[in-house]
Design a protein around this ligand. Sequence first.
Ligand SMILES: Nc1ncnc2c1ncn2[C@@H]1O[C@H](COP(=O)(O)OP(=O)(O)OP(=O)(O)O)[C@@H](O)[C@H]1O
Length: 449
Amino acid sequence: MAKRKLLVVEGDAELRRALRLHFEHLEVVVADSRETALAQVRRHEPPAVLLDLCLPPEPEVTVEGLAALRQILSEAPDTKVVVLAPGRDHASALEAIGSGAYDVHHKPCDLALLSLVVERAAVLYALQQEHRRTQQLAPDSPLAGIVSRDAAMLKLCRDVERVAPTAATVMLLGESGSGKELVARALHRMSGRADARFVAINCAAIPGDLLESELFGHEKGAFTGAGQQTLGKIEMASGGTFFLDEVGDMALALQAKLLRFVQERVIERVGGRAEIAVDVRIVCATHQDLKALVARGAFREDLYYRLSEIVLAIPALRERVGDCALLAHHFRNLWSARTGRVPMRFTDEAVAAIEAYRWPGNVRELENCIKRAVIMADGPLIGASDLGLPLPGQPGPDVNLRRARAAAEYQAMVCALARADGNIARAAELMGVSRPTVYDLMHYHGIRG
Ligand SMILES: Nc1ncnc2c1ncn2[C@@H]1O[C@H](COP(=O)(O)OP(=O)(O)OP(=O)(O)O)[C@@H](O)[C@H]1O
């Protein structure tokens, strides 16, 4: 079995040697500066790094080491970086932990202890990788109900997992039909409030003069037709999650009342005087550019900041790589089953048309389109005309893996060489490969140095 890798970043050659010797049961790779450390991380992707904070060119301070720590973690966030800080330098130790170091040890180090820490770090790293792999094995549904394999959507789902258990108010931004309510429901389902209600209200769908009583409820006789006391949606969501959709459409006068609720977590029913405390998690959504509304004076800035503690942006369907076809198959299966039709198939032309179309109405439009085609198609084949989509003028992306890899490799090479101003050693570092490999690749792709 291949030995596990450990990167030792140490400015002192003597200590570097000692550490290499101590960890001889591992494959130790070394670096003596921030640049070489980053190059080694890219090249070897080590689970654990031992990082001396006092790196050249100014080994008497910790600036370079801390910068290296941050850069390593920004490039390879799962890497466990064990920091070696100068004895009694607590400020640097604290800063290192704050920047994401896995552990901090003061020099001179206890090597036996360091071995244990490195061992534990590698185990944690392996667990995280395993977790990621199992998540990728079932990538059609990164969160229950959300179908996607697009990297930005998978990241969004990880963010949802992280934010859901907190009390933070979340603002979901995304075009109409992109899945804002679906994400809001996922936030609810994965929170400690899952057993209580999820109550949604769409500010754009309710006439302005009714919205206040829909939100806050009303007392009997509050206005003509108010025959009995009625709870508002906020109160109905008590203990659970309140989803305020299209919040950008709310009139300014009502925004002031909403602000009061968001700040003080009490409501007053229309026509009532009592202040009623309500405990709900607030999730908002809008397809509008709220910042522009704030700039125009159409949305209160104080409310904007209160509602945007965490902002999650949902990409438009046309921006998600591979999702149009994936979702089309998903909805075809769903609606074939729901309508009791025999399993259906898309023609190649239909898939190409689905991939080429821009889907301004996002997932909702795609779902409606597939549902209609499943219901209306004569036989088991769904063609582009059954979908009512124009035939694509240009072929979709090339999915031949060899050609796709070669094209990506060529692009990375050209970029790295340009960034390194033609310096092969530097380009090799950037790409995380050796210099001879760069020469081979340049030869293969016909790139001249
Ligand atoms: N990634 C997805 N996987 C599966 N179904 C999805 C996905 N995204 C959206 N949908 C489905 O598409 C439809 C529209 O989604 P949703 O209502 O959440 O969009 P929205 O952004 O809230 O729309 P609007 O802005 O118009 O209120 C729903 O039926 C939803 O279940």
